[in-house]
Design a protein around this ligand. Sequence first.
Ligand SMILES: [Zn+2]
Length: 268
Amino acid sequence: MKIDFKPDVFFWNKPPGHRKFTWAGDTLTLPPGTELRRYRVDEGLALFKSFAELPSREAAILDFANTHGPLTANLAFCPLSFWRDHIRLMRQMVDLRYALKEFDWKGIRENLQPFHTFDTPNARAIKEKLRKGNRLTDEELIEAAVMRLLYPATQAERNLIPEVVFDAAKKTVGLRLRHASLLDYMWHQLSRAVVENVELKSCQVCGSSFDPRRYRDDHRICSDRCRYRLYQDRIASAKEMRAKGKTPRQIAKELSAELTHVKKWIAT
Ligand SMILES: [Zn+2]
């Protein structure tokens, strides 16, 4: 028997495209009779980073909720203030991660507090020093930063729900450890990025942060959806250039495309 463990598969719920969340006071609400649709969160998208960069305006949060779903399954548990608190916290942790990577001592100091972390002797000693306003050594700062960054994920892991699927025909056991919420999943993503030293990239089409290890050949595009959009844009540009009298050869050069491709594009 083989256990097939899928560590990063995460399904969540979001509104169907045409019926979206709105704010009723500070709570997300759906039009009556609307059901959320289950979808697989693209594990290549560094959602935690996009979340950290989200402006705290109501409209921006609403847009995120409509695109990726609410932070928690129970909408009553994620009012506007909850979103704002967690955006701020995630932003702080992303800054802390960056400061740690750069050995930016000032940035580490600034983003360490409040120092929620593991209950270990070292952590207690660091906490005590911080409380008294004593200066941490460089070693302590590094240790504190790493502990601080990994702590939220370990908290989220306490809520993991194991799901086991036995495939009798293939004689395999599929195992997923399902995160209880989108927020938990994003904390998990952050800790993965920390321990695996992922250099995130920004998509040149939509601007989303993504993990470039997901694609072998293209480190500029976040997803198949954006790849398709870029492709459509290139065809449109080629046609426009053609209409302005450019030759296929000139177009191919300007778009860094194959001449045979350009000929096909402008013929459609
Ligand atoms: Zn994109």
